[in-house]
Every structure is written in C-alpha cells, then in structure tokens.
Ligand binder design. Structure first.
Ligand code: GLN
Length: 353
C-alpha cells in the first residue's frame, strides 16, 4: 500500500470513530458558517433596492437647523447599508458621504463607560428610563428621579461622557474617537465645521450640564464634558461605516470585519435594551410597536438598527420628523425589517412558523 492509500484508509477509519479528530475535507473548509435565521444575500439586495426606490422621492421632514451646519446639508442625500454578522456588505445610494454621527455616538460612549466602569455603575450613575420628552428637555432633568434619565438623551449623554476616565479632556476625547473607530473598523475623524457650528450654539446643552451639577449627577467639569460631548457628536461616518458599527453590536461585540472584540458580550443586552426604550426619544414607543428593532437616531439624519445575531442596517437621509428622527430612515428600516423578518418581538424572526 502506498502512502497516499494509507492516509485515505486512515481518514476513512477516523471518520467512523465518534469523537475522533477528523481532518476537515478541503471542500468543507471553504463553507462559511452562516446564521440559520439570517436572510440570503440576494434577498437583502433585492429588499434594500425596493426600499430605496419606494422612498427616494419622499420629501417629508426637514433638516435640523438649530445646528447651522446641518441646515445646509443636501436634503436629497439618501443611502442605505446593511452589514451582516458574517461581514457581508450590501449598499445602495449615497453610502460614502460622511455625515455627523450626532446622537448615535451616545451608544458607543455608553459602551465605553461600561467597559471602564461595568454596567451596574452606569445604571446607578446615569439610569435607563425613557423620559417621554424631547432629547434636550431640561424638564426631564428636573422631574426624573435619576435626573440624567438615560444615556441617550442629551443630559444623560453628557453625564456619560463625564464618567469616562482621562486626566485631560483631550485624553477622554482621543479615547472616545479610538473606541468608535474600532467599532467602525476604520479610522474615523472629526468634521471640524460641524464641531465649530455646534460649539457656537450649544447653550442649551451647557444649561443641562449645570442642571445636572445641581443634582450631583455629573462626574467631571460640566462645560468640559459638554465640549467632549460636542466633539463626539461631530464625528463623521458614512452609512457603511455606521452599519458596521451596528453590526459590531449585532455580532455580540466583535467587529465582523476586523474580528476584534470591541465591546464585552455581557454589555450588549444593556445597550440594545436602552436603544429599544430610548433610541428614538419620544418616538421610541411607536418605533418598538412598528419595527421591533433596537435603534438609534441622530439629528445628522442617520439611524442605525440592530437585528441581534444577524446584522445591522444604517440609513442616512437628513430630513427629520418632530422628534428629531430621519423620516426616510424610519420608513426604510420599517420596510426592510418587515420584509426580512427582523422584528425581535416576532417569534418567526428566530424560525418559528
Ligand atoms: N449634538 C446634538 C445635540 O446635542 C445631538 C442631538 C441628536 O442627535 N438628537 O443636540
């Protein structure tokens, strides 16, 4: 018997012994492990194209204008990106345009605060209750027993930034930017014009920071915390990068493109539950009812929604509704979530008939 035949016989014998180490045949090695409930790529491609065509001419809503830069952004820009947990990327429209992440940043600063302090401290120091009020409401700070509300309203987000360690504001800022970049799998940068425009007009956020100080619910210098917060809101992302940041959450904290663990697995449910309850501010209840996906919006026009274990969808379209949530992004994600059976409250999303 020659060497080749001996090894074939050995392989056949090994395959018959239960629990024995059996080398994986070359044909099987290239087979990707895919989620049993994730939709097929062709299906995803078809659905986001349909959604793009269906909503591209919708002119409802209005760009945010309380930050002067945002009023000037082309309101026709429209991009959709999906990144799956097995790192498939499907896009349509303006997916390379860099827009300001705005409030979507709050998700990743919350994650960073939890990395450093653990979830129990973040819950104790910030809270996680929906305010039912606009995102910049001073009344919510006065009325709520936690004062800060949750990490996704401005007050709670500024307090979250104040929790992040660093001996200088620059050190905190660089740590935040680095963390966001790891979640995106690419180096992200500040859009300086957005930062300047927002820093020149953010008296409301400064007022919130001092109100928090009155209740001992801010943990570093109030104005310094507002400044770092303003920078984090001015980070530029495109729809594909944002979808990848979302896919890092969907993939239990590991960036599906780089394979790097960015967020602890045990923190993910706390992040996603907060997104479900407060990600779209006073629009969050209706969103949960209609879409059933944890999501986060920003006044720059982005929304990212997470289908746990499957992937994330990010949509960019600047015109907003009254609550400050992109009109087209909500429509698209609702359409896609419905067609792809993503709603986490529906047992059929995990295979039940
Ligand atoms: N930077 C914005 C602000 O502080 C973020 C608000 C948002 O995106 N909802 O008002």
């Amino acid at each position: 018997m020659n060497v080749r035949r001996v090894s074939i016989v050995l392989l056949m014998a090994a395959a018959l012994v239960p629990g024995c180490f059996c080398p994986i045949p070359a044909s099987a090695q290239s087979t990707k492990v895919v989620s049993p409930v994730a939709p097929r790529r062709e299906q995803v491609e078809a659905v986001i194209k349909e959604a793009y065509e269906k909503y591209k001419n919708d002119t409802n809503g209005k760009n945010a204008d309380y930050i002067p830069y945002l009023a000037k952004v082309d309101s026709k820009l429209f991009g959709i990106a999906i990144v799956t947990t097995d790192n498939q990327v499907v896009t349509v429209g303006d997916v390379t345009y860099s827009f300001s992440i705005q409030s979507i940043s709050k998700v990743y600063s919350m994650a960073l605060a939890m990395e450093e302090q653990g979830p129990a401290k973040v819950l104790e120091k910030i809270g996680s209750e929906p305010t039912g009020r606009p995102f910049n409401s001073p009344n919510a700070v006065v009325d709520m027993s936690t004062h800060s509300g949750n990490p996704f309203v401005n007050a709670g987000a500024i307090a979250t930034v104040s929790l992040i360690s660093g001996s200088t504001a620059d050190e905190k800022w660089n740590k935040i930017l680095d963390f966001y970049s790891k979640a995106a799998g690419e180096k992200l940068v500040l859009i300086d014009e957005v930062y300047k425009s927002e820093a020149a007009t953010n008296t409301g956020n400064k007022a919130l920071s001092y109100l928090l100080a009155k209740y001992d619910r801010i943990y570093a210098d109030p104005f310094e915390s507002v400044d770092v917060y303003t920078k984090q809101c001015s980070v530029g992302v495109n729809a594909t990068q944002l979808a990848r940041m979302g896919a890092t959450l969907a993939n239990n904290g590991v960036n599906p493109a780089t394979g790097e663990r960015v967020i602890k697995a045990e923190d993910i449910p706390h992040i996603l539950s907060t997104m479900m309850e407060a990600g779209l501010y006073d629009g969050s209840g209706t969103w949960a009812w209609n879409v059933g996906l944890p999501a986060k919006s920003g006044v720059g026009g982005g929304i990212v929604a997470i289908a746990p274990g499957k992937g994330a969808i990010a949509v960019f379209a600047p015109p907003l509704d009254e609550a400050g949530n992109s009109v087209k992004a909500q429509e698209v994600i609702r359409y896609v979530a419905d067609k792809l059976n993503y709603n986490i409250f529906s047992p059929s999303s995990v295979g039940f008939k």
